[in-house]
Structures are given as C-alpha cells and as structure tokens.
Ligand binder design. Sequence first.
Ligand code: IMP
Ligand code: MG
Length: 174
Amino acid sequence: MSERVRVMLSEEEVDRRIQEIGEQISEDYAGKQVHLVCVLKGGSFFMCELAKRITIPVSLDFMSVSSYGSETKSSGVVRIVKDLDEPLKDKDVIVVEDIVDSGRTLSYLMDMLKDRGPKSLRLCTLLDKPDRRVVDVNVDYTGFQIPDEFVVGYGLDYDQKYRNLPYIGVVELD
Ligand code: IMP
Ligand code: MG
C-alpha cells in the first residue's frame, strides 16, 4: 500500500491566512507585548510563521503535553511532558496550537494555564474541526475551519511523518 498526500490548503492559502491573523493580533494588542505559548510539536511551524508576522513586541515559550488514552482518541487528561520556562503571571498570553479536534486537550490546558494568573489568555489555532467537538473550547483566532478529515503538514503528523510539508494535506492510501 502506498501513501499519497492530497492538498487541502495550499502553501499560498496558509501563508496568506497567517499574515491576516498576524495583522489582527498586532491590531488587537497594539501598545502591548504578546507572549506566545506554543504547544509542541504540532504548533511549532505555525507559531514561527505567525510570530514573524506580528509587528508588536513578542516573547515566546514552549510546552509539550501528551494526553492519556489511545493515540487516536484523546482522553482529555493532559500530562505535561515539558513545562513552560517562564511564569505567565501578568502576561498577555496567546496559546498557539495546530488543531482543535475534540477540544479535550485544549479545554484542559487552557484551564490549567488560567490558574497561573496571566493578565489575559487567548487561543489561536491554525485549524479547527468543529464537527468533532466534544468539549466546548473558546477559540479566539482560527486559521481555517476544516471538515472531519485527518490532515497532515504545517506541523501536523501522521505517525510522526509529514510535519515538514509546507501545506495542509490529507493522507490517502492506495
Ligand atoms: P483534541 O484533544 O481531540 O482536540 O486533540 C487535538 C490533538 O490531536 C492535536 O493537537 C493533534 O495533535 C491531534 N490531531 C487531531 N486531529 C488531527 C489531524 O487531523 N491530524 C493530525 N493530528 C491531529
Ligand atoms: Mg497539538
């Protein structure tokens, strides 16, 4: 069986949308500094591209989480594999994620980060699959709403592969 990747969102479309979100964030936080929190590994490509397009001062931090449960179905209980280096107290924080699917991971994570006392806390995701939502999550910035298909690229993986694709695609087996 061979794998092929069908393009869902081209590199140009993704780049254009990230530019728009960068401009929006720069406008919304004018006069302030934003602290971007990247959820590894998936959010890393999106965060770098986004950060480059934000014109106000930016600081960055990274965390890595894994959800208990099977690989394909997240349980919602999140284990911190790598915690942030900096406290969030009094910062204007934007969590940057690759995708919101069931919403379990993000809902748990946002509650946990809120407890650390940021001045403000928002969520920015490149992709959103609303049809899959099980737990309500408030998403402040969304790149694209996509149908319920398993996507790869721009940080998203299938069995740790394809994260480096500069576009969003769907893996097809034939
Ligand atoms: P949630 O808790 O179900 O929202 O899980 C979100 C996480 O599942 C994401 O951060 C991804 O790591 C992974 N995920 C969900 N959908 C996809 C997909 O279509 N492709 C690759 N990873 C996905
Ligand atoms: Mg993720």
